[in-house]
Design a protein around this ligand. Sequence first.
Ligand SMILES: NC(=O)c1ccc[n+]([C@@H]2O[C@H](COP(=O)([O-])OP(=O)(O)OC[C@H]3O[C@@H](n4cnc5c(N)ncnc54)[C@H](O)[C@@H]3O)[C@@H](O)[C@H]2O)c1
Length: 294
Amino acid sequence: MTITKLGVVGTGTMGNGIAQVAGQTGLDVVAVDIEQEFLARAKEMIEKNLGRMVKKEKIGEADAEKALAQITFTTDYDALRDRELIVEAVTEKPRIKFDTFAKLDELTGAEAILASNTSTISITEIAAHTKRADKVIGMHFMNPVPMMKLVEVIHGLATSEDTHKVVDELAKRMGKAPILVNDYPGFVSNRILMPMINEAVYALMEGVAGVAEIDGVMKLGMAHPMGPLRLADLIGTDVCLAIMEVLHEGLGDSKYRPCPLLRKLVAGGYLGNKTGVGFYDYRVDPKNPTPQEF
Ligand SMILES: NC(=O)c1ccc[n+]([C@@H]2O[C@H](COP(=O)([O-])OP(=O)(O)OC[C@H]3O[C@@H](n4cnc5c(N)ncnc54)[C@H](O)[C@@H]3O)[C@@H](O)[C@H]2O)c1
């Protein structure tokens, strides 16, 4: 099966990027969120990103218009009924994911593939909330979606080889490089990345160094394009905390305990780029944010 009709559920940081790339690929895209306001923000973000690509002469103006015209933004789940594949990118909370999958399972045709962009939640457990576990798979795009090549594809216990083949082909058509991994907490990407970010927050909390110094060491010394604290802001400190909770619970090892400073930031609404403040303050100059003092 070659996918032409795609659904994207949840149009936040990741969902709008997935919808954009799918639109650029020429797929017929239905993007669903719970509030018009979130959809309007997603559309604005896509317009801005495509506009930037036109300015840099990576694509023509007509391509940008065509890509945007491929996407229907709606709060109506019914618009997903005829979708051949749906990528779920809702908030990283198990209950919300499980309910969303149960709903999509009721709504869509028996042949539709249901993919999750979850960073850590078990694909096998998500699939158990549907009657089509063989057609449930992880399709973990990276942030920012239009720029990052990797799609970590995750096989749940019951995911079929046919489902994998369809998703592999789709990811490649979207200009991505899919890599297949197994279903364990954090998969490969966040099993390795997130403990590093969490350790950077511990180093900050314990006064080993400040925000700029920690990021500076990792950038200049380890050739990371972005320091771990800046990356935490980009990902969203709430998403980072949610991932650490899943690693901690799923692997049962105290080395994965979330740093109390990370919890404090999330509790205070310091979620990073999306709220304008996290480890850095983005409100004055988003491109050159000010490191915060803790
Ligand atoms: N942020 C990252 O860097 C990153 C990277 C890879 C994967 N992910 C994963 O992608 C998923 C989405 O993360 P995000 O950072 O885009 O989150 P986000 O908070 O930016 O966006 C989530 C969106 O889902 C919507 N939503 C919530 N419940 C919904 C429902 N029932 N139906 C439809 N929409 C609903 C919200 O309104 C919001 O717009 C998560 O599973 C996350 O773990 C995030």
